[in-house]
Design a protein around this ligand. Structure first.
Ligand code: ZN
Length: 394
C-alpha cells in the first residue's frame, strides 16, 4: 500500500511548511519536497492532491467508552457501543477504551473484545483495566498481572473520586491502586497511568496531591480527567500542572454552551496554562465518547440524558484556535504528541519519518475533516458531493 500526498501543509504537530508525504506499508516513509516514486511492475500508487489541505497527526482519544456507558438513570439510559466510523470520521486513529460507572453489565472481557474488533477494522486501540470502583475488577485477577499479560492494557481507569457515583475509596486504597499500576507499568514497559474521573465534589484532586506528597509515586503516574468540569476543579488542575502533573480536558460538542454552563472550555483552559508559563506538554484533550451526558435546553434546564460524541475533539480545537487564538500547532498537541508521550504510545502522535501513517487531513477553507488514514489505510475519503439522482430519472 503506497500513497503519496502532494503539496500539503504539514503540522507534525509543529508546522513544517508545504511538503509531500510518502506512506508505505502503514508507516510514514518520508516527508519532503517533491517526492516522486517511480515503481515498475504494476505496483499501484495512490496519489492525493494536498492543495488547500492541512495534514495533522491522526488524533489520539485517551478516554472513550467503547462499550457505551451510562445507565445512571435506569436501564433505558444505557448508551450504545461506539462504531468505527464514529471515531474515524472524527479524525481519531488511536483510542483508549474504558468502562465507567457500570463495571458489572459491561466488563473487561467485552471491552477487550471491542478494542480488538476496532483494531481489526484498522485503527489502533488500547484499554484501561477497571471501572469507577476500587477494588479494581481486573481481567486476570490483579492490576500488575493485567498490565503484564494483556498488550492492550496500559493503565487503570477511570477510577472515580470526589463523585457521588464513586466507590468512596479510602486514601490508602487509592494509593495502593496507584502503586500497583506504577509497578505494573514498569514491569511491562508501559505508561502504567492511573486515569482518574473527577466529579463535582469539593475534595477535587485532594487524594492525588496527598499521594505525591506522602509517597514516592511520581506525579506523572496520575492522569486526572474532566479537569475542566468547573472552575474550582480547574484551578486545582492548574496547580497540579504547575507541579509537573498532566491534566486531561473533556471536550464538548458545543464549547460556547458549556462555558455558559460554568465549564472551562479547552481553549480557555489552554490559554490559562500558557499565560501562566506552564509547559504546553502537560495537557491532553479527550472526548468521553459514548458516555452519558446531561442535556439542557436553551433555558439551561435539564431535559434528559444524551450521548457524548467523539466529534467534540475537532470542535474544541477549532474553537480554541478561532475564539481563543491558540495556535493550531499548540492546540493539536492535546490530541497528538502529548497523549502519545504521556501514554507511551510508540509511533503515534507525530508526522515524522518512521511513525505510523495515521493522518487526519483537514480542508483548510471549510475547516472540516476531509480524509483520514490509519496505519496507511484510507478510512475516511475526501468528501464528494452526493448524487441522489432526480425524480425525472426514476
Ligand atoms: Zn468520567
Amino acid at each position: 500500500m503506497i500513497t503519496i500526498i502532494k503539496k500539503i501543509k504539514v503540522y507534525g504537530p509543529a508546522f513544517k511548511g508545504i511538503q509531500d508525504i510518502l506512506l508505505i506499508g502503514g508507516k510514514i516513509a518520508f516527508i519532503g519536497s517533491d517526492i516522486s516514486a517511480d515503481f515498475q511492475n504494476g505496483i499501484e500508487i495512490n496519489t492525493m492532491d494536498g492543495e488547500g489541505k492541512i495534514a495533522l497527526p491522526g488524533f489520539i482519544d485517551s478516554h472513550v467508552h467503547m462499550l457505551g456507558g451510562g445507565g445512571e438513570g435506569g436501564y433505558k439510559t444505557r448508551t450504545p457501543e461506539i462504531m468505527l466510523s464514529d471515531l474515524t470520521c472524527a479524525g481519531i486513529t488511536t483510542a483508549v477504551g474504558c468502562l465507567g460507572t457500570d463495571g458489572v453489565t459491561r466488563n473487561m472481557m467485552s471491552l477487550l473484545a471491542k478494542a480488538n474488533g476496532l483494531d481489526e477494522e484498522g485503527i489502533t486501540t488500547f484499554i484501561y483495566t477497571g471501572s469507577y470502583q476500587i477494588p479494581v475488577k481486573t481481567l486476570t485477577g490483579g492490576i500488575i498481572e493485567d498490565l503484564l499479560a494483556i498488550d492492550k492494557i496500559i493503565g487503570v481507569g477511570e477510577i472515580a473520586l470526589s463523585d457521588h457515583r464513586s466507590s468512596q475509596p479510602s486514601y490508602d486504597e487509592f494509593v495502593r491502586t496507584a502503586a500497583d499500576v506504577r509497578v505494573g507499568g514498569m514491569l511491562s514497559g508501559k505508561a502504567g497511568v492511573l486515569d482518574i474521573h473527577l466529579g463535582d465534589g469539593e475534595r477535587g484532586i485532594e487524594y492525588v496531591f496527598r499521594a505525591i506528597e506522602e509517597t514516592e509515586i511520581p506525579i506523572t503516574q496520575f492522569l486526572p480527567t474532566h479537569i475542566n468540569r468547573n472552575p474550582h476543579l480547574f484551578e486545582q488542575g492548574l496547580n497540579f500542572a504547575r507541579k509537573g502533573g498532566y491534566i486531561d480536558f473533556t471536550g464538548s460538542e458545543d464549547p460556547q454552551f458549556s462555558e455558559q454552563a460554568g465549564e472551562v472550555s479547552f481553549g480557555k483552559g489552554v490559554k490559562r496554562l500558557l499565560e501562566e508559563g506552564i509547559s504546553n506538554e502537560t495537557f491532553t484533550l479527550s472526548s468521553d465518547a459514548q458516555g452519558s451526558l446531561p442535556v439542557f435546553n436553551e433555558n439551561n434546564e435539564y431535559i434528559g440524558l444524551g450521548v457524548g460524541s467523539a466529534k467534540c475533539l475537532w470542535t474544541e480545537i477549532c474553537h480554541a484556535v478561532l475564539t481563543d487564538q491558540i495556535p493550531l500547532e499548540i492546540a493539536i498537541k492535546g490530541v497528538t504528541a502529548n497523549p502519545a508521550k504521556i501514554l507511551k504510545l510508540q509511533g503515534k502522535g507525530r508526522l515524522e519519518k518512521g511513525y505510523d501513517a495515521d493522518l487526519c487531513i483537514i480542508n483548510e477553507a471549510t475547516m472540516e475533516i476531509d480524509t483520514v488514514f490509519a496505519k496507511g489505510q484510507l478510512m475516511v475519503k475526501q468528501k464528494e458531493p452526493m448524487v441522489l439522482g432526480t425524480f425525472e430519472k426514476r
